[in-house]
Write a protein that binds this ligand. Structure first.
Ligand code: FAD
Length: 470
């Protein structure tokens, strides 16, 4: 085969692939690098929608500013002046309980002290210190019930509805919160683990954090600005091939073969920066002798219903609300987008983005646009004073589903590590492999770039306690 050869070939120009490529380009401009993207634009699941003065999002609405890798990516993209921030200590979140929106205190400690949790339940939460670690692969619901009691279930439900659009009776704790699971296993209790960590930090003379909570981050023209800026600048733009779908990868001695409909290529390092299920499809020829423990991961799809109202709408000031399943509501929740990021609605108007569907209610996505808007408005009116019909409505149905880290997922990660150990110049990151949030993607991308730069792969993986982006 007389194919062109590059040092690094990245499959996928979503945020993961672009991040790997941009980090590498910055650190080793001499490496030859190509990014192949099957669609005609960068960004994958990240896409913004601007219409009639409203600015809404098909996918991600933002990410927390407490991740060094994401911050350095913003700097590499030259976007520091375009960042919009909504500090979490100014923008409260709400939870729908007993048919009403309640402000949620912003830290777990404050939730426990608040009157959202009954007195007896508070004692039960403290009892966590004496609960044995749960063996096996518990679901989030089983784990929370066992450690803290059932009073915290609606809060856990809200957290995983807001991030995974998932079902806490199916998501597994080791996959979605490995940091908390590690605290439980190392210290016998999460609370004790947190106290000991704090004590150890003080003893080591670690400077106290600045205090305050992180800020939700987006860009003045929407989230799509980040992948667009990463892809558009001179360092990368000439090295991205759009409308180029990789259909097959072929392992070889010291080189990988990559087949597209247009051409064959060879590379030394091959990076698959794709959602889990798309990675599995490409890995098929590599792993035929040792197939993955799961054929595919379930995915949760949502529709976003962007609604504009005049500012007579009495939307409580804050970030948005989430409704746990026990509330039996139509919408999973809504973001109060123009509170968080002013400028997302025309003068004198506000923008709300409601979320529908998710792992538990895929059937709702079958409804037509008019019915979805009608059902969402009916639901919202019971919670928020909306004196008139929306003056703007747009239903967005992203094709991307959110990978659900459910039973068997930890085994899947173990299998991936074995595959990577057998193929040192193969690298895997992307949606669902190292978590699902943007900060998870940029951290994993940085690690892939570092592995390529070092020519090695570290086996260890971080098990920090993650922030929640909703
Ligand atoms: C509805 C929704 C809401 C979200 N909200 C948030 C949020 O508020 N905050 C947050 O932090 N995260 C959020 N996320 C997650 C976030 O969007 C993802 O973490 C991130 O976009 C994943 O990027 P990626 O590059 O790994 O994958 P993708 O964005 O899926 O990119 C993969 C790319 O690979 C391309 N591709 C696929 N197969 C091939 C092939 N064979 N050959 C060539 N190209 C190929 C695809 O076209 C795509 O462009 C949300 C996700 C969704 C779906």
């Amino acid at each position: 085969m007389n194919a062109r050869t590059v040092d690094v070939l990245v499959v996928g120009a979503g945020l993961s692939g672009l991040s790997v490529a941009r980090f590498l380009r910055n650190d080793r401009p001499d490496l030859s690098l190509l990014v192949m993207e099957k669609s005609d634009h960068p960004g994958g699941a990240i896409l913004s929608h601007s219409e009639e003065g409203y600015l809404a999002e098909w996918g991600a609405h933002g990410f927390l500013d407490n991740c060094e890798e994401s911050r350095s990516l913003i700097a590499l993209a030259g976007l520091e002046q375009e960042v919009d921030k909504a500090p979490l200590d100014k923008f409260g979140r709400f939870i729908c309980l007993h048919g009403k929106l309640n402000p949620v205190p912003q830290t777990p400690g404050k939730i426990i002290r608040s009157n959202l949790v009954p007195a007896l339940a508070k004692l039960r939460i403290l009892g966590e210190m004496w609960k044995k670690p749960l063996a096996g692969e518990p679901t989030v619901a089983d784990w929370v019930r066992h450690r803290f009691g059932k009073a915290l279930l609606p809060f856990a439900d809200a957290v995983f509805t807001g991030t995974y659009a998932g079902d806490i009776n199916r998501l597994v704790m080791d996959a979605v919160m490995p940091g908390l699971r590690a605290l439980e296993q190392e210290h016998g209790s999460v609370l004790r683990g947190l106290l000991q960590k704090r004590k150890a930090g003080k003893k080591a003379g670690k400077p106290k954090g600045k205090g305050g909570l992180p800020a939700m981050t987006s860009f003045s023209t929407g989230m799509a600005r980040l992948p667009q800026a990463l892809a558009a600048g001179p360092p990368l733009s000439r090295d991205i091939l759009y409308r180029t779908e990789v259909t097959r990868i072929i392992p070889g001695t010291g080189r990988w073969g990559v087949r597209t409909r247009q051409q064959d290529l060879r590379c030394r390092h091959l990076v698959l920066a794709l959602p889990v299920n798309q990675t599995l499809a490409l890995l098929d020829p590599v792993t035929a002798v040792s197939p993955p423990p799961l054929d595919c991961l379930p995915e949760a799809r949502i529709a976003t219903i962007a609604l504009g109202f005049t500012d007579q709408a009495k939307i409580p000031f804050g970030f948005g609300y989430l409704a746990p399943e026990q509330e039996q509501r139509f919408a999973l929740g809504a973001l109060f987008s123009s509170h968080m990021f002013p400028g997302r609605a025309p003068q004198g108007h506000v923008l709300l983005e409601a979320l529908v569907g998710g792992r538990r209610h895929p059937e709702r996505l079958e409804l037509d646009d008019d019915e979805l808007v009608g059902r969402v408005c009916e639901d919202l009116r019971q919670l928020i004073d909306l004196p008139h019909d929306p003056c703007y409505a747009r239903v967005m149905r992203p094709r991307a589903g959110i990978p659900q880290l459910e039973a068997g997922y930890p085994a899947m990660l173990g299998w991936r590590d074995q595959v990577l150990a057998a193929h040192p110049c193969l690298h895997v990151c992307g949606f669902g492999w190292q978590g699902i949030g943007i900060n998870d993607m940029t951290k994993a991308a940085r690690k892939v770039a570092d592995d390529i730069l070092a020519g090695t792969r570290e086996e260890t993986e971080e098990t920090e306690v993650k922030g929640v982006y909703f």
